[in-house]
Design a protein around this ligand. Structure first.
Ligand code: KG4
Ligand code: ZN
Length: 353
């Protein structure tokens, strides 16, 4: 589609790339009319997301959820103006369910369709109206920290991203999850580990801080995770004293936060923008120690740290609908034969001319 598409009616957003089934309806200017989210509980027993179970659960829940958000927004499907659905990166089964459903709606009601990139959606969340005072004008820095992603990106415009650094092994959320698992905290480990760390001494164990102080903006967390595994291994299986567990959790969390702040510091040092913003997004942005460390690092470089509300940092459909709005404003709709992509790096996105 050429030229900007003037959206006069609300847009439906659909998210199914991992283990959250989500739908949202936004007005053309980005006001949230209705949103729903279901975190699939089916995976906890397996200690990680099982792709086939996730896809089946999306299929079971999505149609009812879409009907529910439309009803709460007071709309018939025919009153929608567009549909956006996550089309990658992510688990292919879920992507097929969500994007297929979205395309079906678009086809049935003759609506433009946006095949939203999940990473772009995290990147653009900060631009939702009312979230950041004065908006979040391009360019800004994004630190994306989730279970599957850990990267620093210069967000220069819709579809225009420059990756400054990424993890060379585990994502930081993955490290939280693996450490949580080996400490017997269940899955996902991040929130439980943060709760345990509240009772602990972050200075008790000197854990490694991989990449800390090295040039560039790449991350590494597997050495930190291995150090925790070795420490835990010095105690008889299942017999970690409560205080020791809390101290390990606090020391790990401190080390992870230090690494993130150090890498972000490197990115900020070389980043020029009229308005200096460091946006943090992804599930790990929920962690108070991480936020505090980033806040200090940002202030030191004259940056404002922007952390969207937790429910918009973690996977959700509001960000997908918003991405649809941003793309349609630039005329960047997609064809209905757009194939979902399990791998879809930001640099391969089609952007504004
Ligand atoms: O963005 P998200 O909901 O899903 C994706 O991975 O895309 O992020 C989930 C990740 C998990 O690894 C989870 O353990 C981590 O975010 N997480 C946390 C906290 N809450 C969620 N990590 C540390 N502290 C938390 N409070
Ligand atoms: Zn995500």
């Amino acid at each position: 589609m050429q030229g900007g598409y003037f959206l006069r009616r609300p847009i439906l957003g659909i998210e199914t790339s991992c283990d959250e089934t989500a739908a949202a309806v936004l007005s053309p200017d980005g006001a949230i009319l209705a949103e729903a989210l279901l975190s699939q509980r089916e995976h906890a027993a397996f200690g990680g997301v099982v792709p086939e179970i996730a896809a089946r659960a999306h299929l079971a829940h999505l149609p009812g959820m879409v009907a529910d958000v439309l009803a709460r927004a007071g709309l018939q499907p025919s009153e929608l103006g567009a549909v956006a659905a996550t089309s990658g990166p992510g688990l292919i089964g879920g992507l097929i369910v969500g994007s297929g459903f979205g395309k079906g709606m678009a086809m049935a009601h003759d609506l433009p369709f946006v095949a939203a990139n999940h990473l772009e959606a995290h990147a653009l969340t900060a631009r939702l109206p009312g979230l950041v005072e004065g908006g979040a004008p391009f360019p800004y820095l994004l630190l994306l920290v989730s279970g599957g992603h850990c990267q620093l990106v210069a967000v220069e415009g819709v579809g225009r991203y420059r990756q400054l650094g990424a993890t060379i092994d585990d994502a930081v959320g993955e490290a939280f999850d693996k450490v949580g698992k080996l400490m017997g905290l269940g899955w996902p480990g991040g929130p439980a580990l943060e709760r345990l760390a509240m009772q602990g001494d972050p200075a008790r164990y000197a854990l490694p801080r991989p990449m800390h102080g090295r040039p560039g903006c790449d991350f590494s967390f597997s050495g930190l995770k291995t150090a925790v595994a070795q420490l835990v291994g010095t105690f008889p299986a299942g017999a970690l004293p409560v205080q020791v567990a809390a101290d390990i959790a606090a020391s790990f969390q401190r080390a992870a936060a230090d690494c993130l702040a150090d890498r972000a510091d490197h990115a900020m040092r070389d980043f020029e923008a009229p308005e200096k913003l460091l946006v943090v997004s992804g599930g790990v942005a929920a962690n108070a120690t991480v936020r505090a460390a980033l806040g200090i690092a940002a202030a030191r470089r004259g940056f404002r740290l922007v952390a969207p509300p937790i429910r918009l940092c973690t996977d959700n459909a509001v960000m997908i609908a918003w991405t649809g709005i941003e793309r349609l404003r630039l005329g960047l709709a997609d064809e209905l034969d757009h194939a979902p992509r399990p791998r879809w790096p930001l640099r391969e996105l089609a952007g504004a001319p």
